[in-house]
Design a protein around this ligand. Structure first.
Ligand code: G3H
Ligand code: 13P
Ligand code: ZN
Length: 333
């Protein structure tokens, strides 16, 4: 049976992005696949009074089960309220690759979907995105489109090289598709190995010139940054110290992300950093306490580390902290 996101206590991204744009900050979009990740993201966002987008990839849907996800989202809203908070929570399909998966998510209570036609030809991308928007509009669900291809692994699609967004396409694309937000490619990539740099070398800067050109052409329009994990060096160091091997892992510096968050970038996607936080903490427990076999004894510290990371991102990197309640007040007014 179909369910609408409002019945789950969720919000779409419309007012959230408007206020992020006006306030010069970005809303975090954290991927989750299991209970501990969800609890940590909610706890970190409640503690910092931050709006949050909970992202579900196609892989996550397969892993966690569609029905389970629906109740997890409902549980997340309830938990947030029981913690005495009132923050906007959106549930978003990450990298939807076709019309059917978007429809399925909308019918299962998602408040936002991404239709990623970035690997298609321009005209095919326009047509598919428009079709999803036409369906989503009937239910007041937000839609994110994408122009330009990020290097790295996006679900099952692996791109060796990134193709930067062509700013001259963005007006036509947003006008013809009527999307609510647009993901662009300015040099970030998915995963924990974003740049090939020699030890001690700085990764190349993001292409802020492209972002600025897009902003000029689409004033006030919400831009999305994928592949935006910092690949926190402390976690890489911890993982390597406690038996892992992630030599050469590198991400986007916090300074670059702060600069992006102050611009038209209203949504910043973070998955890899969340994985690293949990893995680092779990590895530490396994290395230091080999007798532990109760999952709560290692997933608990993993959850705590992720909560800490979420607080840090919201407060120090994205600037979304302190804006949750005011957005909810605007939505309810
Ligand atoms: O864009 C990719 C996200 O990090 C999701 O990754 O497909 O392994 O869940 P996943
Ligand atoms: P990271 O791999 O940098 O965390 O990016 C995640 C992402 O873009 C999900 O859509
Ligand atoms: Zn992505």
């Amino acid at each position: 049976m179909a369910i609408h996101y409002k019945d789950l206590g969720l919000v779409n991204t419309k007012v959230v992005f408007q206020m992020a744009m006006e306030g010069g900050y970005a809303v975090p979009a954290y991927n989750f696949n299991n209970m501990e990740q969800l609890q940590a993201v909610i706890a970190g966002c409640v503690e910092t009074d931050s709006p949050v987008i909970l992202q579900v990839s196609r892989g996550a849907r397969k892993y966690a089960n569609q029905t389970m996800l629906r109740y997890m989202a409902m549980g997340a809203v309830q938990m947030m309220k029981e913690m005495g908070a009132d923050i906007p929570i959106a549930v978003h399909l990450d990298h939807g690759d076709g019309y059917e998966v978007c429809v399925d998510c909308i019918e299962n209570g998602f408040s936002s979907v991404m239709i990623d036609g970035s690997h298609l030809s321009y005209e095919e991308n326009v047509a598919l995105t428009r079709k999803v928007v036409d369906y989503a509009r009937q239910f007041d669900v937000s839609v994110e489109g994408e122009l330009g291809v990020l290097a790295g692994i996006e679900e099952d699609v692996e791109a060796e090289e990134s193709t930067y967004t062509h700013p001259e396409e963005v007006e036509d694309f947003t006008k013809r598709t009527d999307v609510d937000s647009l993901a662009i490619s300015i040099g970030t990539s998915h995963g924990a190995f974003k740049f090939k740099v020699k030890p001690g070398e700085e990764p190349p800067p993001l292409r802020f010139d492209i972002l600025e050109e897009v902003e000029k052409r689409l004033p006030g329009f919400a831009i999305v940054l994928h592949g935006a994990s910092s690949v926190v060096p402390e976690y890489i160091e911890m993982i390597n110290r406690y038996g892992g091997n992630m030599e050469g892992a590198v991400g986007v510096s916090e300074d670059q992300l702060r600069r992006a968050a102050r611009s038209a970038v209203c949504k910043v996607n973070i998955d890899s950093d969340c994985r690293l936080a949990i893995t680092a903490a779990v590895r530490k427990v396994f290395a230091e306490q080999p007798e532990v076999f109760d999952p709560r004894k290692y997933l608990g510290p993993g959850r705590d580390e992720l909560t800490k990371l979420v607080r840090h991102k919201n407060e120090v990197v994205l600037g979304s902290a302190g804006h949750g309640r005011e957005i909810m007040a605007a939505i309810n007014s």
